[in-house]
Design a protein around this ligand. Sequence first.
Ligand code: ADP
Ligand code: MG
Length: 352
Amino acid sequence: MPVAHSGLGWPDLPPSEHATGVGWPEKGVSRQRIPATGTPRVERMATVTQTPLNPGDSPLVREALNSVVSRETPATKLPIQAGDSFLDDSWPKPAKTRVIAVANQKGGVGKTTTSVNIAAALSMKGERVLVVDLDPQGNASTALATEHRGDVPDVYQVLVDDLPMADIVKQVPDMPNLYCAPATIDLAGAEIELVSLVAREARLRRALAAYDAVDFDYVIIDCPPSLGLLTVNALVAADEVMIPIQCEYYALEGLGQLLRNVDLIKAHLNPTLRLSTIVLTMYDGRTRLASQVADEVRAHFGDTVLSTVIPRSVRLSEAPSYGQSVMTYDPGSSGAMAYMDAAREIAHRAMV
Ligand code: ADP
Ligand code: MG
């Protein structure tokens, strides 16, 4: 197969229907800054309150601008409108549950880290979130301090033995809006056992439907590093696919195969499935390769790629061993702030 781009391991990607994904709600609104001096105060504030946040803004810039508003806002003089996106950081709730499969058949690209931290970030903003651990390694369960050893009922029993989802879902400790459906090592057998079962591709979809997932704003499915029946179950159950791409050489190999599988599932098993989100992970700003990979991915997939990139951060890799997401382990770390920004982008895309 010909390689489409410049030596970065690009696969033979299908035509770029994926390039026209969803955009940021405030896209196209040009950024206005606060005039430094010389403008009457009320006029100046009026400019500020109309200024939307930009997805590219760093948390520091946001903090700085927010503090300008809160310091300068005279409670009696400046009418602050409810729903003003600049001042009100509440996130929109999706009209119906968004089921998002986090998939990439490559291991170690950040699927679990992304699933867990996006889920935690959303839950901290008041969204009700369920993480379904679909990887026999159980890494997401570990990171969410959800028991997944021994006889604990798990996703395997839901998929293979028809156990109701309600019997396995646990609330994540100290995270009131976050829930986890754990995976034990038993799940490793499911790839084979599913083969002979009725509706083998739709077992997770059925289980979620029966579970009345309506209660959740988000269901995030952490897929295993393969394109087998477990990942197929995730893609059949989901409305959206989120693909984490590691900003490294070879990162894009195999992507064509994943996208073809998404298209096949869309054509035959789940017509509403769409590639909604690509998130660039483990970005090391010091290397040219990382920015080259990021540029190539953006050139091909356009707005499907989140503006926020997830940097390499030791804190992100430490957090799971404490049974925590980085959002609680070290909320001020670069990784936590990036995942909060990424989650904000995802939440706002619900409006599109
Ligand atoms: P996957 O689920 O795709 O196999 P993981 O999320 O488990 O990938 O990530 C693989 C390894 O890389 C883990 O040890 C994880 O802690 C680490 N890791 C993931 N994202 C980052 C990051 N942005 N910075 C540093 N380490 C990371
Ligand atoms: Mg994983």
